[in-house]
Design a protein around this ligand. Structure first.
Ligand code: NAG
Ligand code: NAG
Ligand code: NAG
Length: 411
């Protein structure tokens, strides 16, 4: 996924609409560079998703009444047995509560429009990929001694490197994450909420959960070939979920939006190395939402490639304060907004550092103008009045120490 197309990028001093950019040389005088978005996705997009036609360990036929217990038991059994595929034959499976898919386990339908999961409300997420065991351990904070840490750097100088070891994840403190569940998938089926939650007011708890939730620490997993109808928030990735591919998903908004209290998010990213690819939102003009939105302090690189939204008021936009490293490429949506939201929301202020948009068909493209402010984000200098973001939190560096040692430049 090396990106060398026509693009519009204003946080670095580069000619606009240049046809080919050598990204390795696209640096500012202070050393800020564009993140390498090739690292987004399942296994950093270095391997293909596992085959859709691998054989199933368990196959279920639709039955009458609530199918939750049956499907959950099959998923648990396969998980206990070291993982594998639970296949659902064509037909409708009614669910009274959410399903949990654990490490190494995949839930697969017989195809879009063939296997259909139905729920009556969204008090719970319908499908959750991953359950973390153990707790993360945080070490002592270590001071960074550099005056300026450029965006996208692979090197930082610290006051004391004791306690850091190869392979460790480094935030600004040394960090040992809990064990990460991986190799989980949800694929090849439709999901419906009836009566529809589409467009419902955001505070409605019976409608606010997601079709698919990727919790913290889930890694190397995927969501593919889904058709979702009647949801309000569709797919949510929580903090520290990483290397996730979401591909070939259609989200159908079948109700007008309650304009009163803000709009729902189709795909909300608070994880890192997330690749959203070939995804669509369909719906009438008044079925409004944010297509893809990063959340508060979301670290990149995250990439959205080939998104299409039918609605006339749909936007791709980093949404909350201070996300880092977001690429939007080849999308067709009404608006792409990389901007300062000022006091909007809970005082989101600047939404993105090192954001980039390429080959976009959109009526409205709005990008940040305050270059200095954005570039200096990593130095924790730039704050916007009204933003409740505080300096010193985890956003700055989620590099793997091994990579720093090896001198490889990654984001
Ligand atoms: C980004 O990473 C990919 C995968 O490792 C590599 O092939 C590519 O050359 C890198 N791009 C840049 C501009 O460094
Ligand atoms: C996946 O879905 C497609 C149609 O949507 C179907 O042709 C294919 O057979 C399905 N794959 C499996 C393994 O069920
Ligand atoms: C997930 O399963 C794989 C393969 O069985 C195993 O290597 C890994 O340790 C498991 N991870 C967790 C978090 O249980």
């Amino acid at each position: 996924m090396l990106v060398t197309s026509a693009f519009c990028f204003v946080t670095l001093v580069l000619p606009l609409h240049a046809t080919t950019i050598d990204y390795r040389k696209a640096w500012t005088t202070k050393g800020d560079k564009i993140p390498n978005f090739s690292f987004a996705g399942y296994h950093e997009s270095e391997s293909a998703l596992p085959s859709l036609s691998s054989s199933a360990k368990k196959t279920l036929s639709p039955g009458s009444g609530d199918q939750h217990a049956t499907i959950q038991a099959a998923l648990d059994e396969v998980f206990q047995d070291g993982g594998g595929v639970v296949a659902l034959k064509a037909g409708t499976f009614a669910l009274s509560s959410g399903l949990l898919i654990q490490n190494g386990t995949i839930l697969r339908g017989a195809g879009i429009g063939k296997t259909i999961l139905t729920v009556k409300d969204l008090s719970e997420d319908v499908v959750t990929l991953g359950k973390t065991s153990g707790k993360e351990k945080k070490g002592k904070s270590i001071k960074i001694t550099d005056d300026y840490v450029p965006a996208g750097t692979g090197t930082v100088h610290v006051a004391d490197a004791r306690g850091l070891s190869l392979g460790m994840e480094v935030y600004v403190t040394p960090y040992t994450p809990p064990t990460r569940p991986s190799e989980m998938g949800i694929e090849n089926l439709s999901m419906r909420v009836k009566p529809s939650c589409s467009g419902r007011v955001l505070g409605d708890k019976t409608c606010s959960s997601a079709a698919v939730r990727i919790p913290s620490w889930t890694t190397d997993s995927w969501v593919r070939n889904l058709d979702l109808t009647g949801f309000n928030n569709h797919i949510g990735l929580l903090e520290s979920a990483s290397r996730i591919t979401i591909t070939t998903v259609t989200m159908n908004r079948d109700g007008p939006t309650d304009n009163d209290k803000g709009y729902a998010l189709d795909i909300a990213i608070d994880g890192t190395q997330v690749l959203v690819h070939n995804v669509k939102t369909l719906g009438k003009k008044d079925a409004r939402s944010y297509s893809v939105a990063t959340q508060s302090l979301t670290p990149g690189p995250n990439a959205c490639i080939g998104y299409e939204a039918e609605q006339a008021v749909e936007s791709i936009e980093p949404h909350q304060r201070w996300a880092h490293g977001f690429l939007n490429e080849g999308s067709k949506v009404a608006a792409v907004l990389f901007r300062n939201r000022g006091g909007a929301g809970s005082g989101h202020g600047w939404t993105i550092n090192n954001g980039q948009s390429a080959s976009v068909a959109s009526d409205k493209f709005l990008s940040v103008k305050n270059t200095r402010c954005i570039l200096e984000l990593q130095r924790v200098l730039c704050r916007h009045a009204g933003s409740s973001w505080r300096a010193g939190t985890k956003l700055l560096l989620r590099l793997r120490w091994s990579k720093i040692q090896e001198g490889r430049r990654r984001d």
